[in-house]
Design a protein around this ligand. Structure first.
Ligand SMILES: O=C(O)c1ccc[n+]([C@@H]2O[C@H](COP(=O)([O-])O)[C@@H](O)[C@H]2O)c1
Ligand SMILES: Cc1cc2nc[nH]c2cc1C
Length: 357
C-alpha cells in the first residue's frame, strides 16, 4: 500500500479551546455567528494558532483524460480537457473569475491529459496562474475493458499530488481548494463512490456535463461493467483509484493528504473532488478534520459522498461545473471566519456590556 511520506497529526486541541474562548469574548451574543464560528475554530486547530488565517489561498486544478469516454459516457468530447487547460491559463474560465473573486492563485496541473499541452498557445493570464507539467500518462485506459491504470501509475499520481501539496505549503498557502478538469471523470467518480460506499451504481450516477436519461442509463451499465471487469478491492483505496479512478482524481487524493500532513486546510469541491477526498480518508482517516466541503453538487452521488465524508456543505447552488468553482466560492467564507477571530473587538476593548449567564 502507498505509504504517507509524513504522518497527519490531530488538530491542536489547545488552539481549539483558546479560539472558542476568544469567540465568547467578541462583541456578539456567544454562538451567534453559528457555523462561521465553528469554521474559524477548526482553522485554529488545523494551524495550531488561536487566531488563524485563510490567506493566501490557491486552487489546484488537476487535469486528466479518461479512456472510458470511448464508451460514450459524456456529453462532450475528450478534446475539451486540453482546450479548457488553455482557457484556465488564459484566465477566461469560471475558475479564474471565482479565484480572482477570492484573491486566490490558480495552479493548473497536467497529470494525465491525452494530448501534450501546446505550450506555444499557453497565454499568461492573471499573474497568479502557474502550469505544472506532471504527466503520469496520456489519459487512462478504458476501464470498461481494462484497468484505468496500473497500481504503479496510481501511486505516481498520488506522489505528484503529494509533491505539489508539500511545495504549496512551503510557499505559505494556508488553504487549498481542490479543482479538476477531465471529460469522463464523473464516470470514474461514480465508480469510486459505488465501490467505496457500497451503494448501487444507479444511485451514484448522474448527468455529468449533460447526458439524457437514456445516456445516464448507459453510463450506469458501463460503470457496472468496469467494476465487474476489474474487481477493485473496496478495502484497498489505491487499488480502486488504479482500476476505476483517474489520474487527476488520484492526484487530488495525494494533494489532500499532503495538505493535511502540513497543516493546510483543504476545501473539497464537488462530486469528483469528493471522490478524491473519500479515497484520502480511506487511506488515512486522520485527514478528515482538515477538510471543508464547499457545496452540494447536482450529481446525485455527491450527497452520498458528503455523508460518507461526514462533511456539511456550506451551500447548495445547484452547481455542477467542477474546476474548483464551488471551493473557490467558499474561500471568502473561510477568510471571513478567520478575520472575525482576528479583527473583531472584545467586550472589554469596546466597552460593551457582556451578557449575564
Ligand atoms: O464537480 C461536480 O460536481 C461536477 C459535476 C458534473 C460535471 N463536472 C465537470 O464536468 C466534467 C466531467 O463530466 P463528464 O460528463 O464528462 O463526466 C469534468 O471536467 C468535471 O469538472 C463536475
Ligand atoms: C466547457 C466545459 C468546461 C468545464 N469545466 C469543467 N468541466 C467542464 C466541461 C465542459 C464541457
Amino acid at each position: 500500500m502507498w505509504k504517507l511520506p509524513k504522518q497527519i497529526e490531530q488538530l491542536n486541541q489547545e488552539s481549539i479551546e483558546q479560539a472558542r474562548m476568544r469567540h465568547d469574548q467578541l462583541t456578539k451574543p456567544p454562538g451567534s455567528l453559528g457555523m462561521l464560528e465553528e469554521i474559524g475554530i477548526r482553522l485554529a486547530g488545523i494551524q495550531g494558532a488561536t487566531i488563524p488565517t485563510a490567506e493566501p489561498a490557491a486552487v489546484v486544478v488537476m487535469a486528466g483524460d479518461h479512456g472510458v469516454t470511448e464508451e460514450g459516457v459524456s456529453a462532450f468530447p475528450s478534446e475539451v480537457t486540453v482546450q479548457m487547460v488553455l482557457n484556465f491559463m488564459a484566465g477566461g474560465a469560471a475558475i479564474n473569475v471565482l479565484a480572482r473573486n477570492a484573491g486566490a492563485d490558480v495552479h493548473v496541473v497536467d497529470i494525465g491529459v491525452k494530448a501534450d499541452i501546446p505550450l506555444e498557445q499557453v497565454q499568461a493570464g492573471n499573474s497568479g496562474n502557474r502550469l505544472w507539467i506532471e504527466k503520469v500518462r496520456y489519459g487512462t485506459g478504458n476501464m470498461a475493458k481494462e484497468p484505468a491504470m496500473t497500481r504503479d501509475e496510481a501511486e505516481q499520481a498520488l506522489s505528484v499530488g503529494w509533491k505539489i501539496g508539500r511545495e504549496l505549503s512551503v510557499q505559505g498557502y494556508k488553504v487549498i481548494a481542490l479543482g479538476e478538469m477531465g471529460i469522463g471523470n464523473t464516470t470514474a467518480s461514480a465508480a469510486i463512490a459505488s465501490v467505496l460506499t457500497g451503494k448501487p451504481v444507479p444511485e451514484v450516477v448522474g448527468a455529468g456535463t449533460g447526458l439524457s436519461t437514456e445516456g445516464i442509463r448507459h453510463k450506469s451499465e458501463v460503470i457496472e461493467r468496469a467494476i465487474a471487469t476489474n474487481a477493485p478491492d473496496p478495502q484497498d483505496p489505491v487499488d480502486v483509484l488504479a482500476k476505476v479512478g483517474g489520474l487527476e482524481i488520484a492526484g487530488l487524493t495525494g494533494l489532500t493528504l499532503a495538505c493535511a500532513a502540513h497543516r493546510v486546510a483543504v476545501v473539497v469541491d464537488g462530486f469528483i473532488a469528493s471522490a478524491a477526498a473519500i479515497a484520502a480518508v480511506r487511506i488515512e482517516p486522520a485527514v478528515q478534520p482538515y477538510l471543508f466541503a464547499s457545496h452540494k453538487s447536482v450529481e446525485p452521488g455527491h450527497r452520498i459522498l458528503l455523508e460518507a465524508l461526514d462533511l456539511q456543505p456550506l451551500f447548495d447552488f445547484s452547481m455542477r461545473l467542477g474546476e474548483g468553482s464551488g471551493a473557490s466560492l467558499a474561500l471568502p467564507v473561510l477568510q471571513g471566519a478567520a478575520r472575525v477571530l482576528k479583527e473583531m473587538a472584545t467586550f472589554a476593548e469596546a466597552g460593551v456590556s457582556d451578557g449575564v449567564s
